[in-house]
Design a protein. Sequence first.
Length: 327
Amino acid sequence: MTDWTPADMPDLEGTTVVVTGANSGLGLEGTRAFARKGATVVMACRSVDRGERAAAEVRESSSADSDLDVRECDLASLDSVRSFAEGLAADYDAVDVLCNNAGVMAIPRSETEDGFETQFGVNHLGHFALTGRLFDLLLAADGVDGTARVVTQSSGAHEQGEMDFDDLNWEKSYGKWKAYGRSKLANLLFAYELQRRIDAAGDLGVRSVACHPGYTDTNLQLRTARESGNPLLKVGMRLANAVLGQDAAVGAEPMLYAATADADGGAYVEPGGFMNMRGHPTVGRSNDASYDRADARRLWEYSVEATGVTFPFREGDDETVEAVDDA
């Protein structure tokens, strides 16, 4: 087990960090840690009211004068993502760190405002669109150590995910846990493909890093149980969180490490303890499917078409991207 903790984070005075899902769980603990180190934290939340309550909690628990900016960003709406990005570009010159953290888990099938299956639409497509729309601000940043960071939160559940490009939105059949696993695999395919395309485009000063929090006691599991309508699952989730789950502050450490420590582009940061499900962060490796270059390119192309968002750099052709990956 490693011994890195948020106390090892550098001074973040003068940096701007965007955290999606910042009002609870991992996002809230990440926000708290970034703010303690002096960063301006833009709290991208679906509910501004919940975001403001969370910001008040952070300010009350911190001795520092936390610079928190709560803004609406509903990842289930591409219009909301666009409005958020446009508002940020109007008010900020740069974004040093983007934490793609928000997510939904194992919910009954539903669709986003734009007609995508919700887990795939929120966990992957919403963050894909957000990253593309904020990329100019990332390019303009000095970064934490000279490079801006895009940190994408995945899950150990990616190992149960399978890409089916004939039914990405689960219109033919639906399994809520399978859909969650696919969305988390998509997070990794995106994070690694983004780094390959950055490398192919040249020295952009932006780094893409993936992470997962391990088994962490957050309201994500409780929301899953609540929406299932199964009282036994509610009891089971509460018991599992109490017995197996680590504190959310520890669960946020891989994201914080990926955002501020010396992690290479394309790295996968995970807990370094028991079965990589708890403990302080270390750099590990996700499953083989997450490094499938053909699936990554296909997902990228689909995501551009589905969201209408492109990235503002010359991405290179597939042969260039593949050559960089093999180097």
